[in-house]
Design a protein around this ligand. Structure first.
Ligand SMILES: NC(=O)c1ccc[n+]([C@@H]2O[C@H](COP(=O)([O-])OP(=O)(O)OC[C@H]3O[C@@H](n4cnc5c(N)ncnc54)[C@H](OP(=O)(O)O)[C@@H]3O)[C@@H](O)[C@H]2O)c1
Length: 254
């Protein structure tokens, strides 16, 4: 049996589990399972690997995308630049050695999902949040020549260094950044009334609000954007694209 899975904590509402189960059923992929491994501390990762010899690939979610890096034997070039990993390819040698190579497929998922909407419309983007996903978004936007500004609850503290606190956002900043991306978990089910504290009243019809959150389909962040005339998009396409890319990596013969 080939086993793949997801590590993170908590893993109560996992999209990936259903997505891969449905994919295996639809594509008649047999002798293969996708399992959830909720680990409450990243230190449990080594035991997980040691006790699962059939585990061939893992996705990594909140809060471990950065914490996982010291446990890996190799990093693919993009993941190294981004500094966050959401996909691990696992290889077991005959001598019992395990190789763990980290990849970042979030950057791919984000850039592919937003590509049709960019069309040279946006010069500067405001990224809300400063965790693993924000780094992938920042990398993808910079690659397309879009300048990025980061907003965090702890702007000045290291290693989470960002440009502004939410309370420092002005009309000028909002108007100079017509692309705004929420990379925080704020607004995710069941905390659906929560939203990033940005001055929504300064949004215009030229703004585009992208939420990495996909559950609920329309978060409070997107609702507030829409009410002020902005175009909006949730994270569901990004999620599917990063999952498909992970599956390709898991099955690479090298
Ligand atoms: N659609 C997709 O394919 C996709 C892919 C990746 C991630 N995501 C989603 O994106 C979100 C972030 O994931 P991640 O892996 O980057 O998580 P993470 O590494 O834990 O980072 C999340 C960041 O959000 C901010 N934050 C966390 N809780 C907050 C709160 N209560 N209020 C305000 N800010 C808060 C924090 O930044 P500060 O402390 O600096 O404020 C934190 O660094 C999750 O909801 C995840 O499900 C979606």
């Amino acid at each position: 049996m080939r086993i793949f899975g997801l590590i993170g904590y908590p893993l109560t509402h996992s999209f990936s589990h259903n997505y891969f189960k449905e994919k295996f059923r639809r594509e008649i992929i047999t002798n293969t399972s996708y399992e959830l491994f909720p680990i409450s501390d990243i230190k449990e990762f080594s035991t997980l690997i040691a006790t699962h010899p059939n585990l061939l690939g893992l996705n990594v979610t909140i809060p471990y995308k950065e914490q996982i890096i010291p446990f890996l034997t190799e990093l693919e070039a993009t993941a190294k630049i981004i500094g966050a990993v959401n996909c691990i390819k696992i290889k077991h040698s005959l001598s019992g050695q395990v190789s763990l190579k980290g990849f970042n497929t979030d950057a791919y998922g984000f850039s592919q999902s937003i590509k049709p909407f960019l069309k040279n419309h946006y010069r500067k983007a405001l990224i809300l949040g400063n965790g693993g996903a924000s780094k992938a978004v920042e990398y993808a936007l910079k690659k397309t020549g879009i300048e990025t500004i980061k907003v965090s609850r702890n702007a000045k503290s290291k290693p989470y260094k960002a440009d502004f606190l939410y309370s420092e956002l002005t009309k000028e900043i909002i108007q100079s950044c017509q692309l705004i991306i929420n990379t925080t978990p704020m607004g995710t089910f069941p905390d659906i009334h929560n939203y990033p504290q940005i001055p929504y009243e300064h949004l215009t019809t030229k703004h585009f609000l992208y939420d990495l959150v996909y559950n609920p389909e329309e978060t409070e962040f997107l609702k507030r954007g829409k009410l002020n005339g902005a175009k909006t998009m949730n994270g569901i396409n990004m999620l599917k694209l990063q999952a498909d890319k992970s599956w390709k990596i898991f099955n690479l013969q090298d």
